[in-house]
Design a protein. Structure first.
Length: 209
């Protein structure tokens, strides 16, 4: 899955906390290290390791601060990139499309389209017209059928399928289709239940739906 955007809106504090905690959980599982050990491994310099602990990794664990992911003035890799190099697959948890989809901030149709386009090709093909380009005004392949589409994605029981269901939910909000919105919301809650055993973040997602 590819990120939609780098949060051009004021991100909900609860969403920010959850995505940082999800990233920390992924790093913790991949490394099998404690916050103290991670802080030692990814200290900025030898001098940093000699001073009193900042306990910053405990703050990541609690979701209190966001790890550095933007370009550094000195050109060196940021923390997220260095952790990703050591434990591949962890950085994606900070930029999953589902974080934006779960946020209550209104979404424009251009964002919804980018979310569909971020899906794996077979899923993407269900929504995006094969001849559509970036400049296409009409890109939607067909009308939503939330019950049938959501039931199809429920079979996958993965984050891509959940992202597809959430994107449909946000599209129903954008188009003001209350009946379809109700169906998508119920299916999204079902999906949370399906994923609860595989992803520790799922329990926290229930209250967002």
């Amino acid at each position: 899955m590819n990120p939609i955007a780098i949060y051009p809106y004021k991100e909900d504090p609860e969403i920010r906390k959850m995505r940082v905690q999800a990233w920390f959980r992924a790093v913790s599982l991949a490394s099998k290290l404690t916050p103290r050990e991670l802080e030692k491994q990814f200290g900025e310099s030898e001098s940093d390791r000699k001073v009193k602990r900042s306990c910053v990794w405990d703050k990541y664990r609690r979701g209190e601060v966001v790890p550095r992911s933007g370009p550094r003035p000195d050109g060196k890799p940021n923390l997220v990139d260095r952790v990703e190099a050591a434990y591949p697959g962890t950085a994606k948890w900070l930029a999953l499309p589902l974080w934006r989809l779960l946020d209550k901030a209104p979404m424009e149709m251009s964002e919804i389209r980018r979310s569909y386009e971020s899906l794996p090709r077979p899923m993407r093909a269900m929504f995006i017209h094969p001849d559509a380009t970036e400049s296409s005004v009409f890109w939607r392949r067909r009308k939503l059928d939330c019950k049938a589409d959501c039931d199809f994605f429920l079979r996958f029981e993965d984050l891509d399928g959940f992202t597809a269901v959430l994107t449909m939910l946000r599209e129903t909000e954008s188009t003001q289709n209350q009946n379809q919105n109700k169906i998508c919301r119920e299916k999204a809650r079902d999906y949370v239940g399906r994923l609860a055993g595989n992803y520790s973040i799922m329990e926290a997602l229930v209250r967002l739906l």
